[in-house]
Design a protein around this ligand. Sequence first.
Ligand SMILES: C[S@@+](CC[C@H](N)C(=O)[O-])C[C@H]1O[C@@H](n2cnc3c(N)ncnc32)[C@H](O)[C@@H]1O
Length: 332
Amino acid sequence: MTSEATEPAGALTLHNALVDDEARTLADDVREGLTAEFKELPPKHLYDTRGAELFEQICELPEYYPTRTERAILERVAGELIAQTGAAELVELGSGSATKTRLLLDAMRSAGTLESFVAVDVTESFVRDSAAELLREYPGLRVHGLIADFERHLDQLPPPRGPRLLAFLGGTIGNFAPAARRRFLRSVCGLLGPDDHLLLGTDLVKDRATLEAAYDDSAGVTAEFNRNILHVLNRELGADFDPAAFEHVARFDTEHEWIEMRLRSREAQQVKLAALELTVAFEAGEDIRTEISAKFTRERVAAELTAAGLVLAAWHTDANGWFALSLARRAG
Ligand SMILES: C[S@@+](CC[C@H](N)C(=O)[O-])C[C@H]1O[C@@H](n2cnc3c(N)ncnc32)[C@H](O)[C@@H]1O
């Protein structure tokens, strides 16, 4: 089912851009990532249904300040953002459970502009569940769920239904390596018309202890989330990883100003991936990098937006300066 311009108010449409395609990218990513000299797996593969549940738990942890800090900023400024943008359609990339999204939808409803919401996420359960819930909670809202990779499928967004606010929250932009981030921001710029805006959530540089605790909580939920990628490989690629044989590591890299999550092999071992007809050898202490999470400053956000053809229109942060929401539009 795909979205049609004639879709009535209160309708839900779903489109899966990943069919057939996703298994191939997992296989390609894993072969490339685990045969490289420095082993690495893209973080999007952390998010199967179990990974999505674990991420939800992470968002509630005392150490994981980004979610509650971004929510507090949104509570304060959602009305102002909607007044400034006049948005009728909210498109959320990497929407997850779309919890903070309600603050924007509420502000749009109060302003009388709310028409439609588009959820884009690689995790099917997130898209299906949040789309159905939002339809119930906002009678008359048009909801489109797009199960897709935001690095590859942005051309599959439905046509806009009015001024668009494209939200990319949660600091997810930090998961891109710098070159991929530049490509992504340029493609987002290409999506924006003169009446559209980008709302970007970025985690900010701060002290190492606060940062590292957020990615290595005392309850071990982030460690389980990190190891979940090995369960994904076991299930999807017939691999025989023993997740307990890998230690969760989270370190702030001060040179790059990003957190790295890694899985460190506790011993020398060999792992077979049957579907790839591949055996991978690990030395004791050897790492697989599973996620980077870049931390930003206002200057860096503004410079990267400018380089992508965008201009920073508003910057909102919390009293500690821990997290920021940037509103941007096309330059010129
Ligand atoms: C850090 S979570 C943020 C979730 C939510 N936006 C929030 O602020 O709490 C990242 C989200 O992006 C999704 N995601 C990760 N990589 C993706 C990709 N390449 N394409 C689409 N969604 C992706 C994940 O499934 C997850 O829901």
